[in-house]
Design a protein around this ligand. Structure first.
Ligand SMILES: [Zn+2]
Ligand SMILES: [Zn+2]
Length: 343
């Protein structure tokens, strides 16, 4: 029997390193050796107990690149030794949402490292259904590969908006998702991509990714955009912060007949001028996570944009160092875009 180390969650602010046998695999599953595991904001909120979905005794980790170590008897599409990243969601496969390919909004979905039983990726090994494993090219750096998740979030939002080619697009918020949106849009040939933020470092990075940066406290976004494009409003705008104020900023920049896609979700509620929304025919839609199609597109984009994406990595740690890193992240003592664990 083979043993492995796991990072076990024991309730709010408590982790321990345990040694356990590697998990058994079902006929339709694969056993994956974790190479790089991203620490997600949702893991940090799970660690502090702010979100109640992660139960004591479980192992977190859903942003992962690893090597297939063993395959179940019924698995045909994967080989041992193959590098893969994981589509973290497994829908029930039976409901109306799953049948439409909307596994990510299936009410009975299981998410690796969240509610899919005990095993997540912050461990030497973990198991998942074979259809969750997406092969990565050998040349893909596993650390960069964990960024397939934020890229997939951005890909999903762009696919939902489906902007007309050549249109001017804006993004409110230059965090990981804002930068991921920039990369996806630039890769699809959009030239005029504006990003709004108030942190110089974020804006500088956004400019490196190919966006036109606007400092919201030093510049008037509508004026800047009008000067450069001849129009003060944009056809499509993504809101990647989620506060009532930034949603209003986004709405105010949205052109007549334009689309506002909401991704950030910090605020409990927000208000918008009803007459404006109706008479301007604004399309407002939410975007959450990503489906398998989005994830496949993201995996492809990641392997082609490794140089830019590497700029989003802000350090790595071992499994043993992870509790300390999580604490620092939770207390805001460490400003990090993406820390990866090497189990
Ligand atoms: Zn995540
Ligand atoms: Zn379902």
């Amino acid at each position: 029997m083979k043993f492995m180390n796991i990072l076990q969650y024991n309730g709010p602010w408590k982790f321990s390193i345990e040694e356990t046998p590697t998990p058994d695999i079902h006929p339709e599953e694969v056993l994956v050796r974790s190479e790089s595991v991203g620490i997600c904001g949702s893991d940090v909120h799970g660690f502090t107990g702010e979100s109640g979905r992660r139960k004591p005794g479980m192992v977190m980790g859903h942003e992962v690149v690893g090597i297939v170590e063993a395959i179940g008897a019924e698995v045909k599409n994967l080989k041992r030794g193959q590098r893969v990243t994981i589509f973290p969601t497994l829908g029930c496969g039976k409901c109306a949402y799953c049948k439409k390919g909307w596994e990510h909004i299936c009410p009975d979905k299981k998410i690796l490292g969240v509610n899919a039983g005990r095993w997540g990726a912050m461990a030497g090994y973990f198991t998942c259904h074979a259809r969750q494993a997406f092969p990565f090219s050998e040349e893909t750096d596993p650390d960069v590969g964990v960024l397939a998740e934020p890229i997939a979030v951005a890909t999903h939002a762009v696919n939902l908006m489906n902007p007309e080619s050549g249109s001017t697009i804006a993004i409110v918020g230059g965090g990981t998702i804002g930068l991921a949106l920039t990369l996806v849009l630039r890769n699809r040939g959009f030239e005029n991509v504006y990003i709004l933020d108030k942190v110089d470092a974020k804006l500088a990075l956004a400019a490196e990714f190919g966006a036109k940066a606007i400092h919201v406290e030093k510049e008037n976004a509508a004026e800047v955009i009008e000067k450069q494009t001849g129009k003060a409003r944009v056809a499509g705008i993504f809101e990647a912060v989620g506060s009532a104020g930034t949603i209003r900023t986004a709405y105010d920049l949205c052109d007549f007949g334009g689309t506002l896609v909401l991704i950030g979700n910090l605020a409990k509620e927000f208000t918008l001028p009803l007459q404006g929304v109706t008479s301007n025919e604004t399309t407002i839609r939410g975007s959450y996570g990503f489906n398998r199609t989005d994830f496949g597109q993201a995996v492809e984009l990641v392997s082609k944009n490794q140089k830019n994406l590497r700029k989003l990595l802000s350090g790595s740690c071992t499994l043993q160092e992870t509790p300390k890193v999580m604490e620092e992240l939770a207390r805001g003592q460490r400003q990090a875009i993406k820390v990866v664990i090497h189990p």
